[in-house]
Design a protein around this ligand. Sequence first.
Ligand code: SF4
Length: 325
Amino acid sequence: MDARNAHPTWYDRPMSERVHLPIVTSDAGPSAPAPAVRRRHPEWIRAQLPTKPAFFELRAMVKELQLHTVCESASCPNIGECWTRRALTIMILGDICTRSCRFCDVTTGRPLPADPDEPRRVAEMLSRLSLEHTVITCVDRDDLADFGAAHWAETITRVKAACPTMTLEILAGDFKGKTELVDVVLDADPDVFAHNLETVPRLSRQVRVQASYPRSYAILEHARKRGAVTKTGLMLGLGETRDEVEEVLRDVAKLGVDIVTLGQYLSPSKQHLAIERYVPPSEFAELEQYARSLGIIEVVAGPLVRSSYHADGQASLVRSLRAQK
Ligand code: SF4
């Protein structure tokens, strides 16, 4: 088995391990050990199985070009829906992450050296797909002196040259707070700079382990001051209170972040944090309305929303936001 197949995605796993089937939940707090109770997801959380030819064509292209996607590596439940309309999120710098966030299904370990040919293959893939908008993300590479900033810049430059009419959103890590490395990435001129706060300040260390809310906030603030179109996302259902979520939304609005996503946390396995609560669709709708009332321009909220969910429909919004900067 090669490294790419060592991490099967949820649709490759046995039925008993798939994330959209009954999973373990707990009422005992984010740091609690795996509980004994098994509970089905509520009826509003249903993943679409990947059955359409377009899905398999895209999957074959990803394999042919030896790329990784967060859709597969993080076991995203939306892969059937997104890939059927050719919306994917390529993940650069390999598929092994140096961090061990307790919500994330991407493999933690010692990564391979960055592949200098990867930016070319990413550009080729996106050029073949002729998309209006795409999102690229990465694993965290705390093992590299620049945390992958130069590789990011090379990827962005090549993609923009190969796809001049496509808008490009990048979902980056925190570069350990080194704003000069964020500048290396921003200088390559992505259309959207996204960095996820992921959760409320009180839970940040438990959920993200090697990251922190103030550091992520500072990264967003820096990108904003540089005039970038900015985006961030939060997962709900990790034990946060409604007041805490609203406080984060006020923080984000104060910063001038343009786009916010809110989605339900779904535990990828028993080894990850348990789901503390299922947030009903009506509460997502209320939070969306609240965020918009604060002046946040675009808010995508719902149980299955992930950072890149339906980002492919935001090309004209991104163009107009860029024109206003
Ligand atoms: S929501 Fe994002 S990560 Fe999930 S399948 Fe769609 S594009 Fe991929």
